[in-house]
Design a protein around this ligand. Structure first.
Ligand SMILES: Cc1cc2nc3c(=O)[nH]c(=O)nc-3n(C[C@H](O)[C@H](O)[C@H](O)COP(=O)(O)OP(=O)(O)OC[C@H]3O[C@@H](n4cnc5c(N)ncnc54)[C@H](O)[C@@H]3O)c2cc1C
Length: 353
């Protein structure tokens, strides 16, 4: 195994894989470390139309098209009143979003980083990260090896585990979780839109994953988890969509907290967080993967500035993430403020407070 590199990236989700590809293309020696083998369930299947220019710029659009993901023509939502409202992507310049198999999508991006020259180590978790010589870092890996890196990127998702090992804190804004299940569903491919529906428990999201599967997810707070079958029964449209379908996996709980990372090193050390590790947003925004790709792009430019001697680029990268966080929090108030039908529900009371 390689013992040292210019840039070590922990986490090969969309954020980590995208920055790995960009930095490897710029000639950096990049090691991309991923604890999984892309073998377990992953969530975040609905990609917004804005993903298209980002994948095109990354040079992976044709490979994405070859995945043959289902187009998503928009969202139908029952939010704020009993009537179904439609938000169509057809008004968007890219015309549609996509319903993807997240495991296949994440694997595609990770392998595109390898083709650009990054070294990908699957089944390898970063256990520790400490400052090393010359402003660099030493990472201890689950394989028992050590890796020396001049720059490290935390792309570990909502847990931001690498940044925490480097002393960072986080501002956490809620206790949101997604309780997800996948169903075999022969009717899935006929429904090229995302369905969103609120109940007193929280809000439900369902979408096709390929032609023969659907994902169904309850977004609620971790301390308010209801009994799944009864809660699904309260979501009339969502449960009708999977009536009679065989459960494939789940219900399984995924953290979905909104969180902004807070550095404690005054941006003096050569590390950055991208994607959810930098700013994790509520899935209601439908923008997690797009944001991960956008921050990967901004972080790649920041790393290259630092390598050419301008370490002040780190502070301006963080200032941009702070601004993004403020803008996101205002939008989130707007989304939840539209639903006032459940005044006695703790989930909704917390959001309207
Ligand atoms: C319930 C739910 C539903 C969502 N729905 C959508 C949606 O419909 N559309 C959308 O755009 N977004 C959605 N999102 C958000 C989206 O999934 C994320 O924003 C996106 O995956 C962030 O990408 P990332 O690369 O930052 O992190 P992640 O995708 O979380 O990737 C992090 C990677 O790091 C690895 N890792 C973690 N710790 C270590 C370690 N110590 N060492 C090595 N590897 C490590 C993990 O295995 C993982 O592969 C949803 C999120 C949730 C929770």
């Amino acid at each position: 195994m390689v013992k040292d590199c210019d840039i070590a990236i922990a986490g090969a989700g969309p954020g980590g894989a995208a920055i790995a590809r960009q930095l490897a293309q710029s000639g950096c020696r990049v090691v991309l470390l991923e604890r999984s083998r892309f073998d377990g369930p992953r969530v975040g299947e609905s990609l917004a139309p804005a993903v298209q220019p980002l994948l095109t710029e990354l040079g992976v659009w044709q490979e994405f098209v070859d995945l043959k993901s289902l187009p998503s023509y928009g969202t139908r939502s029952v939010w704020g009143g009993p009537q179904e409202a439609e938000h169509s992507h057809l008004l968007n310049p890219y015309l549609c979003g996509w319903h993807v198999d997240r495991t296949a999508f994440d694997r595609l991006l990770a392998h595109s980083a390898v083709r650009a020259g990054a070294q990908l180590l699957l089944g390898t978790q970063v256990l520790r990260c400490v400052s090393g010589a010359n402003g660099g870092f030493v990472l201890s890996l689950s394989e028992g090896n050590e890796l020396h890196a001049g720059f490290v990127i935390d792309a570990t998702g909502r847990g931001s585990t690498l940044a925490r090992k480097l002393g960072a804190k986080s501002l956490t804004f809620d206790r949101l979780v997604g309780v997800a299940a996948q169903f075999e569903n022969a009717r899935a491919g006929a429904r090229c839109y995302t369905l969103v529906e609120t109940t007193p428990d929280g809000w439900w999201y369902s979408a096709p994953v390929g032609n023969e599967r659907s994902v169904v997810m309850l977004m609620t707070d971790g301390d308010l988890l209801p009994v799944w079958p009864e809660a699904l029964g309260r979501a009339g449209l969502t449960s009708a969509g999977v009536a009679g379908c065989e459960l494939k996996w789940g219900p399984r709980v995924f953290s979905a907290v909104s969180r902004r990372l807070q550095r404690t090193d005054r941006c003096h050390k050569r590390w950055l967080a991208v994607g959810d590790a930098a700013l994790a947003v509520d899935p209601i925004s439908g923008s997690g993967v797009v944001r991960a790709l956008q921050t990967a792009k901004a972080a790649a430019a920041t790393v290259l500035s630092c390598l050419s001697g301008d370490d002040s680029a780190i502070a301006s990268y963080e200032a941009d993430r702070d601004e993004e966080c403020t803008e996101y929090l205002f939008k989130r108030i707007g989304y939840y403020g539209l639903e006032r039908r459940w005044p006695n529900s703790p989930f909704w009371q917390r959001r309207l407070r």
